[in-house]
Ligand binder design. Structure first.
Ligand code: F6R
Length: 366
């Protein structure tokens, strides 16, 4: 059942090219330059007239929501707020009939996310669900939705659910951007083309597995890790840190790289491994100067870089390459090495990768 892999998590990491493809298949029609999603088409007026989109989710799904915030605002120019479902539902939020709530959930059973939906509905907001499990409670409670089609995710640590959530949300953002005219026809086509190339590029990224395993060996006994990223890759830094915490029980924190100087830089010494997402697009030069600041304090840098990178390679202790793509799609690639890093470290530490202590696959308690 694990298809020859030692753990479900590893199997699911390797399934991502197919899962992402399954998620956009039948929806992304590149020849016609069309994105076809019934849940969006049937409610296009609501989406175009919305004051704002509120995204609610928990954990990894919340990180996918943060990536979506960047892409919705960047491409479709719709204001987005991303909320932890558990905070949103308990703080008397301002919600109106002109708001759209997007709930993201792999299991579709997360109690706090479900409660947030019910609250938003009671205030007249339109609720759109992005779930993986077909027929789940959140899918049923939503007014409309789009499934991720990742296939069953068994490992407690979410992997392919995350990348397929980003895929669905990117399709929605692109569709809305096209309808609103906030993206040019040629940019739109370029995004569709690049999205179709993502599964192949994820395959490429997976080829760094052996390298990542050797890096894991070096740092597996570190008590702390920092993860840094900017822009679209800031949520990826959060997700990388969460993956490591969950399955290896190593303390890890994700930060926007520019926030380092406001506190976390005090943590840096020669014992601190720092994973920095430093792909070519998106504030590359700024991230390079963040890396210089870390190196001058002797921190150990594991850089996630674009294929062919030169500058970071000179500064970093290790680099892991991912193929180049458009900036909004980089999270689909930069996430892969971070999943593998946490996986290998947890295995080396003899942890129960698929069923980490204290965690459940779906959190049905509030
Ligand atoms: C992380 C993880 C959890 C879930 C969170 C939300 O690897 O698995 O953080 O992402 O409990 O679960 P869903 O997406 O099912 O609502």
């Amino acid at each position: 059942e694990k298809g020859g892999y030692d753990h479900f998590m590893l199997k699911e990491i390797y399934e991502q090219p197919k899962a992402i493809n399954d998620t956009y298949r039948g929806r992304l029609l590149r020849d016609e330059a069309i994105i076809k999603m019934a849940g969006i088409e049937d409610n296009m007026k609501k989406f175009l007239n919305a004051n704002r989109i509120i995204i609610v989710a928990c954990g990894t799904s919340w990180h996918a929501g943060l990536v979506a915030e960047y892409i919705f605002e960047d491409l479709a120019r719709i204001p987005v707020e991303v909320e932890y479902a558990s905070e949103f539902r308990y703080r008397n939020p301002v919600i109106t009939e002109n708001d759209i709530l997007i709930a993201i959930s792999q299991s579709g059973e997360t109690a706090d996310t479900l409660a947030a939906i019910k609250l938003a509905k009671s205030k007249g907001a339109f609720v759109f669900g992005v779930c993986n499990v077909v027929g789940s409670s959140i899918a049923r409670e939503s007014d409309a939705g789009a499934y991720t089609h990742a296939g069953p995710e068994i490992g407690v640590a979410s992997t392919k659910a995350f990348t397929t959530q980003i895929t669905v949300l990117s399709l929605i953002a692109l569709r809305l951007a096209r309808a609103k005219g906030t993206i040019s026809s040629s940019d739109y086509r370029h995004h569709l083309l690049e999205l179709e190339m993502i599964p192949g590029k994820v395959e490429e990224a997976l080829k760094s597995d052996a390298l990542i395993k050797s890096i894991s060996q070096v740092y597996k006994d570190s008590p702390n890790f920092l993860y840094l990223g900017r822009g679209y890759n800031f949520p990826v830094a959060l997700e990388g840190a969460l993956k490591l915490k969950e399955i290896s029980y190593i303390h890890a924190e994700g930060y926007p790289a520019a926030e380092m100087k406001h506190g976390p830089i005090a943590l840096i010494d020669e014992n601190m491994p720092i994973v920095v997402i430093a792909t070519k697009k998106g504030h590359y030069e700024k991230v390079v100067s963040n890396i210089q600041e870390i190196k001058s304090r002797k921190g150990k840098i594991i850089g996630i870089v674009t294929e062919g990178d030169v500058q970071v390679k000179e500064l970093a202790d290790h680099v892991i390459e991912v193929p180049e793509t458009l900036e909004p799609l980089t999270p689909l690639l930069t996430t892969i090495p971070l999943q593998l890093l946490s996986y290998h470290i947890a295995v080396m530490l003899n942890k129960n990768v698929d069923q980490p202590r204290n965690l459940a696959k779906s959190v049905t308690v509030e």
